[in-house]
Ligand binder design. Structure first.
Ligand code: URA
Length: 220
């Protein structure tokens, strides 16, 4: 695992690298693509959850009493998929973290300005126990960084502490990583790859194309 800056982690692992080759391949069909995304997502979510607060609890095994570590039930974990491509991450995140709340973020990209346009946000302000609220934002592609920045700003405006926010992506652009990590010094970014650059339509090169189209089989 390579640390770019203190708050950016690029996961490198044979399972991730092999599955990245599958999702990049334009000949991988929808099913193959989704299965490879899921395999990488397990590893990203595993990494993102490693510092969640734990407490000790007595557990009776069939043979004796022991002390186990369990998730602190006073803490609130929010997983926030950015629609629509983020939904595939959400299934995996809910499998690993079944106690998490899911806050959907509805936004699409204006293809001319490359700015995000919000259409769904049902989240409420966090009123108490802010230190114990953790957010994992899920978006397969960190491209221009505009939707990531808007989503993070929105969570902060609702009371979430910047240091408790983690942003997960499969593939990132250097431009997006720079923008997000310089805007929010305390937000953690975990990604499986930082690619070469963005094209003039805001797509990542070499990337994988449009993640939503490839997941939902809506490629023209
Ligand atoms: N969104 C995508 O789906 N792909 C990109 O390359 C950039 C943004």
């Amino acid at each position: 695992m390579e640390a770019l800056k203190t708050n950016v982690e690029i996961l490198s692992h044979p399972i991730i690298d092999n599955n990245l080759s599958i999702i990049r391949d334009k000949n991988s069909d929808c099913e193959k693509f989704k299965n490879a995304v899921r395999r990488i997502t397990y590893m990203l979510v595993y990494e993102a959850s490693k510092n969640l607060p734990m407490i000790e609890k007595e557990i009776e095994t069939p043979l004796e009493t022991t002390v186990c570590k369990v998730f602190d039930s006073d803490a609130q974990l929010i997983i926030a998929p950015i629609l629509r491509a983020g939904m595939i991450f959400c299934e995996v995140a809910q499998d690993l973290l079944p106690f998490a709340n899911v806050h959907h973020i509805g936004m699409y990209r204006n293809e001319d300005t490359l700015e995000p346009v919000w259409y769904y946000d049902k989240r409420k302000k966090i009123k108490e126990n802010r230190e114990k609220v953790f957010v994992i934002i899920l978006d397969p592609m960190l491209a221009t960084g505009n939707s990531a920045i808007d989503t993070i700003k929105n969570f902060i405006s609702k009371g979430v502490m910047e240091k408790n926010i983690t942003f997960l992506s499969l593939i990132s652009s250097p431009e997006g990583i720079k923008k997000v990590s310089e805007t929010f010094k305390e937000v953690k970014i975990i990604t499986a790859s930082v690619d070469r650059t963005l094209n003039n339509k805001g797509y990542i090169l070499p990337g994988l194309g449009d993640a939503g189209d490839r997941i939902y089989n809506t490629v023209d």
